[in-house]
Design a protein around this ligand. Structure first.
Ligand SMILES: Nc1ncnc2c1ncn2[C@@H]1O[C@H](COP(=O)(O)OP(=O)(O)OP(=O)(O)O)[C@@H](O)[C@H]1O
Ligand SMILES: [Mg+2]
Length: 349
């Protein structure tokens, strides 16, 4: 019989429920974005958790109806229990525990970043070993994935995440929140070489990133320009996006070369990863996809990313992760708690 897994995601400001089948893929994925935060230019934790309380039950009922299934027929439930906003995470976790306790359906807590990585398994067929660049609102990390559940940290941001840089620069330019998609739209009509913005840690031989210098450089430039014409907004957007993309691609290239034989051959089990995946909200960026493919293809590396709807937060990726954990025998009980911070490598080991 077709096994169905329920995913629940409430780690930040999106409430999401999904049903995933290992045989048929995503059956239904519904996400309710919270628009109340827009006027504050960022997520307000108290508003986020109250909104999850209101939205989660009707959303769950909707996906169960659309998937034409019943709680007691599910093979498992996966819920994001960290990292994220504690109040938001608690709403999803309490709800998932109640469903599991009342029905006996197995429950597992899922690390949000593993969810983002496994968004790639929803449509493209996730093959390992691989290098994954997780680029989201709160994280920017290069992770060597030996197989699902075995991760090694290669490098990460020392300050802002790439998505956060997009959002902050978008705010400086007066663009709507979140800044990433808005900045990408503006950038399409701008000149990428209009301004020479800095690329953080450019000369470092480590796979680390830094975006705070870029943010400051853009702020100083914007202040010096005075009133911003639509043309200047487009030029700053295109030049800033290019700086972010360039940093992400250069460090990804470094990671690929570091793991290639003879250096990384043994560590990557004699198999240099010819696969590279992008994950997280910034993976939706068309310029990042384009430049990453252009620069990594000559190294013999195939670059893939999730469908755009599965780049930002969604519960389908959590349901998919639940399938992998539950089918390998993992179960969590009512003692399961949330964790606001915590890296994927320690969580998985
Ligand atoms: N087309 C795009 N170009 C650039 N950035 C984008 C694009 N679409 C979304 N983003 C960015 O992606 C981020 C949201 O992604 P995501 O939902 O994965 O982050 P998060 O869940 O808030 O953070 P995390 O996953 O690290 O906890 C935002 O910073 C947003 O600006
Ligand atoms: Mg996320």
């Amino acid at each position: 019989m077709d096994e169905l897994y329920l995913g629940i995601e409430t780690s930040c400001d999106d409430t999401s429920c999904a049903i995933y089948s290992p045989d048929r893929g995503v059956i239904v994925n519904r996400t309710a974005a919270q628009l109340d935060h827009e006027r504050y230019g960022g997520v307000v934790p108290e508003i986020a958790s109250r909104s999850h309380v209101k939205t989660l039950l009707p959303l769950y009922e909707l996906v169960m109806k659309e998937a034409e299934t019943r709680l007691e027929d599910l093979a498992g439930i996966g819920v994001t229990n960290g990292p994220g906003l504690t109040g938001s995470l608690l709403v999803g976790l309490s709800f998932a525990k109640a469903l599991s306790y009342g029905s006996g359906v197995p429950l597992v807590g899922i690390h949000h970043l593993e969810g983002h990585i496994l968004a790639n398994a929803l449509n493209v067929g996730f093959e390992t070993p691989a290098i994954v660049l997780v680029v989201s609102g709160g994280h920017t990390q290069l992770i060597f994935t030996e197989c699902i559940g075995r991760y090694r940290f290669l490098g990460g941001t020392r300050d802002d995440a790439a998505g956060e840089a997009f959002d902050k620069i978008g705010k400086l330019l007066g663009l709507p929140f979140p800044g990433g998609p808005a900045l990408e739209r503006e950038a399409r009509g701008g000149r990428r070489d209009a301004f020479d913005f800095p690329r953080g840690l450019r000369r470092s031989q480590e796979c680390d990133f830094s975006f705070s210098g870029l943010k400051t450089a853009v702020r100083l430039k914007v202040e010096s320009l005075g009133a911003l014409s639509p043309e200047v907004v487009r030029d700053v957007s295109a030049s800033a996006q290019e700086a972010i993309v360039d940093s992400l691609v250069e460090k990804s290239l470094l990671a690929v070369r570091m793991l290639a034989p003879p250096h990384g051959g043994a560590e990557s089990h004699g198999c240099a990863p010819a696969r590279f995946y992008i994950a997280g909200g910034v993976a939706a960026n068309g310029r990042l996809r384009e430049v990453m493919t252009e620069r990594l293809s000559p190294e013999g590396v195939t670059v893939r990313w999730p469908r755009t709807e599965y780049c930002t937060d969604n519960a389908a990726m959590i349901a998919c992760a639940a399938f992998h954990h539950i089918s390998s025998g993992r179960r969590d009980g009512l003692e399961l708690n949330t964790f606001p911070r915590g890296d994927l490598v320690s969580w998985a080991s």
